[in-house]
Ligand binder design. Structure first.
Ligand SMILES: Nc1ncnc2c1ncn2[C@@H]1O[C@H](COP(=O)(O)OP(=O)(O)O)[C@@H](O)[C@H]1O
Ligand SMILES: O=C(OP(=O)(O)O)[C@H](O)COP(=O)(O)O
Length: 196
């Protein structure tokens, strides 16, 4: 086991035992984490949970402890149930490598792409990798002849951010409007200007 700094590290654990109001969670280290059961129906044996770990064992704080603790457990905060990458009650603000790969594969097969809405909260650098990855795929297929239309204020901003405005077929701040144009609806502004 690597004894790096554990404070604040996110780890997955499995509920292996329940006793009275307590949940016993195996986190793959020497000691389990024990905490109160937030919901008896949901936090069942075998369920996977996400934990913010503070300390893998409480032997050091035990020596000067002011509250009652046992040294044979890890200290952490139960964040919620974990189900296929999603934690109940916690927002998902980005996509992972696998999702980016799957979306990019579809984009690389397409001949026409209409893209509205960034994949993630791309304004925050740590959450932008999937959006950048998808943009790379869209730019690549544009080079090989696909028609790529990007619409929406924020999605157009992605093009500005990644300097791809000239590398896709069409960029517009309109999103609903772009879709109406594709549907062959008459757009009042375009109609007025056309007849001037
Ligand atoms: N998973 C998410 N959770 C919350 N906000 C998100 C998520 N993914 C993207 N966003 C936000 O959605 C906004 C873009 O959506 P939207 O306004 O519909 O796009 P557009 O302006 O291109 O039509 C961005 O500000 C982005 O940060
Ligand atoms: O980004 C936009 O809107 P959104 O952020 O609500 O998706 C567009 O500026 C709205 O354009 P629209 O009027 O063509 O739908």
């Amino acid at each position: 086991m690597q004894l790096a700094d554990f404070k604040g590290r996110l780890v997955l654990g499995e509920i292996y035992h329940r006793h009275a109001d307590d949940l016993y969670i195996d986190i793959g280290l020497k000691f389990p984490m024990i905490c109160k059961i937030p919901d008896r129906k949901k936090y069942v044996i075998g369920a996977t949970v996400l934990i913010k770990l503070f300390n893998p064992e409480l032997s050091e704080p035990f020596l000067g402890a002011k509250k009652e603790i046992t040294i044979l457990e890890a200290d952490g905060q139960l964040l919620g149930l974990y189900d296929r990458g999603v934690v109940e009650g916690i927002k998902g603000l980005d996509v992972g490598l696998e999702t980016t790969k799957q979306f990019s594969e579809v984009v690389r097969r397409a001949k026409t792409i209409v893209w509205n809405r960034p994949m993630e909260v791309f304004e925050v650098e740590n959450f932008a990798n999937g959006t950048k990855g998808l943009m790379d795929a869209v730019v690549d297929v544009t080079k090989t002849g696909a028609t790529t239309i990007i619409g929406g204020g924020d999605t157009a901003t992605c093009c500005v951010k990644y300097d791809t405005e000239d590398k896709v077929s069409h960029v517009s701040t309109g999103c609903g409007t772009s879709l109406e144009l594709v549907e062959s609806r008459i757009l009042p502004g375009v109609d007025t200007l056309t007849s001037v």
